[in-house]
Each structure stands twice: as structure tokens, then as C-alpha cells.
Design a protein around this ligand. Structure first.
Ligand SMILES: NC(=O)c1ccc[n+]([C@@H]2O[C@H](COP(=O)([O-])OP(=O)(O)OC[C@H]3O[C@@H](n4cnc5c(N)ncnc54)[C@H](OP(=O)(O)O)[C@@H]3O)[C@@H](O)[C@H]2O)c1
Length: 299
């Protein structure tokens, strides 16, 4: 039942990527192809990761060396009202991939999130890979369950937590923070943005390269990978408007005045400690944002 987009490559490594129509999955597939790897991309339409038999057959058939798994149910607020879907996709879907990797001998690289932390660490501290997890949302708990399956079942694995991803590929029906800010600015000429929610804005193509660099180390374990630097949503928005040459009035607000179905995450910034020690580092979020806006927004 499963089909795949296959890219040919002669550089040895055989790589399967999940979620290839998403922001990160599309960037990972492109980066892997550019490195000359033999690649297979699984989109949601081509193969649902919640289908255990389908996932097993697919991985056994293609026999990849590495499975990079960004596919997820990423509608954070909807996870609160539909926890079954969140756990089915993010937890059990990842279990299926971990079981298939364990059986086939492939390495599993699971992409996780800053939302496994509770955001209560006072700014300017960042979360180390070794800090205690304590997710406060269904989304965070479902992604943490994916981490457990990955680390308990796959024989060779990376768990890579990231944050605030913005990508080069527009995903139909979804807007990232940069696109949302620009929409609001163009419709209203003003924006109200929280100033006490902080994390690390991360450009999907930069993260894709870092994931592949990390995967080549064979130093399995838990990692934090984001663009360097911490921003509040307010500072992130200011930079978006400045770089995109929009004249927008921004009013700061607080998370306590911004009601959402999920509990607020104040400071969920991640520290890249473990990957940096291997030499895997990323440029600043401002440099990455400048490239994204120049290439995807101003062009
Ligand atoms: N975006 C962020 O700010 C952020 C922050 C921290 C961590 N992360 C993590 O980074 C990863 C990538 O995020 P992203 O922003 O690239 O997400 P995204 O754009 O929402 O992409 C997720 C992809 O997963 C696919 N998918 C969903 N359910 C599936 C299923 N049952 N079977 C197969 N595929 C399925 C989706 O396909 P459909 O759209 O067709 O359902 C979509 O293409 C995720 O694991 C996320 O948890 C993201």
C-alpha cells in the first residue's frame, strides 16, 4: 500500500524521511538529496505512520541506514481537544517507526520539541538536554512519549529537540509565525505580540543540515538543535517587520492576557550543549531569518 518518492544518489547512505510535505521534512529531504544520499520520502498521503504493518513493510523493503522522522500531529491547540489523535500519531506512530528500525537495523532520528519542558526555567537560562522534562500540554506529552519509544526500542537513535520552526516551503492550511505576523501586519498595520514567551526561532533548512551532520557522527543520544540565540515573540516579530520592510506598530502583551487552550510556556529556550561538543552548531536566528525573508518573502 505504501508508495514513495525516491531520489537517486550514490553517496552510500540510504535515508528515509517522514513528513515530507511539512516544513522540516521537505527541507530534510532536499538536504539529503543534495548530499547525494539515496532518499525515500514518506508523505502522509503516501503512508500513514499509524499503520504499523505498512510502516514495517516500507522500512524492511527499503532497508535504509537512517530514518529521519519529523512527521507529527503539530496542531498544538487541537491536541488538547483531540488527545487520541495526538497520542496515536506522535506516540504510537513513532513506536511503529522505532519497531521497524529495531528490526531492520536502521538508525532512527526522531524530531522532538521544546514543549517537553514546562517553560518555568527563569530567563535567561536555557534547557540542557539533561534537564527534567515536564510537559504541560497534550502535544508535549505525546511528543515525549515518542521520545520514550525511540530511546527504548530503536537500537541506534537520536532524539533531537528543536523549537519555533519556520520553513521555506509554505504548508497549505498552516502558517508559521513569520507568515502569520506578515498576514496580520498587511491586514491591520499593527500587531499585539507577547513579550514574555521565549524560545529559539529555527530555520528549517539550517536544522535539516544540522540533523544530517549529527547523523554522520554516530554519537547516538539526546540533543537540542536550534538556531543560536533566544528571542521573545515580541523581539522575533520586531525583526520580522524590520527585515521585511513593513512599517508596523507593535504592542507588547503578556501570556496571561493571551488565552489559548494550551498552558503558557514562558521560557522554553533550548541550549545546544551536546551537539556543540561534537562540532554541530547553527548560526544565529537573526542571520537565518534574514535569508528566509530575503528568499521567500521579498522575492
Ligand atoms: N513547528 C515548530 O515550531 C516545531 C517546534 C518544535 C518541534 N517541532 C517538531 O518538528 C517536527 C516538524 O515540524 P513541522 O513544523 O515541519 O511540522 P509540519 O509542517 O506540521 O509537518 C508535519 C508533517 O507530518 C505529517 N503527518 C501528520 N500526521 C501524519 C501521519 N499520521 N502519518 C504520516 N505523516 C503525518 C503532516 O502531513 P499532513 O499535513 O498531510 O497531515 C505534515 O506533512 C515535528 O515533529 C514537530 O513536533 C516543530
Amino acid at each position: 500500500m505504501y508508495q514513495a518518492s525516491a531520489g537517486s544518489g550514490g553517496n552510500g547512505m540510504r535515508v528515509v524521511v517522514t513528513g515530507i510535505n511539512g516544513q522540516l521534512g521537505s527541507a530534510v529531504l532536499k538536504a539529503a538529496e543534495q548530499r547525494g544520499f539515496e532518499t525515500w520520502g514518506m508523505s502522509h498521503e503516501q503512508g500513514d505512520i499509524t499503520n504499523r504493518t505498512g510502516v514495517m513493510n516500507y522500512i524492511m523493503h527499503h532497508a535504509p541506514d537512517l530514518v529521519i522522522h519529523p512527521a507529527a500531529y503539530t496542531y498544538v491547540d487541537q491536541c488538547e481537544s483531540d488527545p487520541d489523535t495526538a497520542y496515536r500519531v506522535n506516540a504510537l506512530g513513532t513506536q511503529n517507526l522505532a519497531l521497524a528500525c529495531a528490526k531492520s537495523g536502521a538508525t532512527l532520528l526522531y524530531v522532538s520539541t521544546n514543549c517537553v519542558f514546562d517553560g518555568e526555567k527563569p530567563y535567561p537560562y536555557e534547557y540542557y538536554e539533561y534537564d527534567a522534562t515536564n510537559p504541560t500540554s497534550v502535544y508535549g506529552r505525546s511528543k515525549l512519549a515518542g521520545e520514550w519509544y525511540t530511546s527504548n526500542i530503536a537500537h541506534k537513535f537520536y532524539v533531537v529537540r528543536t523549537a519555533w520552526v519556520f520553513g521555506s516551503k509554505p504548508v497549505p492550511g498552516k502558517v508559521n509565525f513569520v507568515q502569520r505576523m506578515l498576514q496580520i501586519a498587511d491586514e491591520r498595520g499593527s500587531a499585539t505580540v507577547v513579550e514574555d514567551e521565549r524560545s529559539n526561532p529555527t530555520y528549517a533548512p539550517d536544522l535539516a543540515e544540522a540533523l544530517l551532520d549529527l547523523a554522520e557522527t554516530e554519537a547516538y543520544g539526546i540533543y537540542h538543535l536550534t538556531n543560536t540565540g533566544v528571542a521573545s515573540r515580541y523581539e522575533f516579530a520586531q525583526e520580522i517587520f524590520r527585515l521585511s520592510q513593513r512599517n508596523v506598530t507593535i504592542t507588547p502583551t503578556s501570556l496571561k492576557d493571551f488565552k489559548r487552550p494550551t498552558p503558557p510556556l514562558y521560557n522554553s529556550a533550548l541550549k545546544n550543549f551536546a551537539a556543540a561538543s561534537l562540532g554541530v552548531k547553527m548560526r544565529t536566528w537573526q542571520e537565518a531569518l534574514e535569508q528566509y525573508i530575503r528568499e521567500a518573502i521579498l522575492n
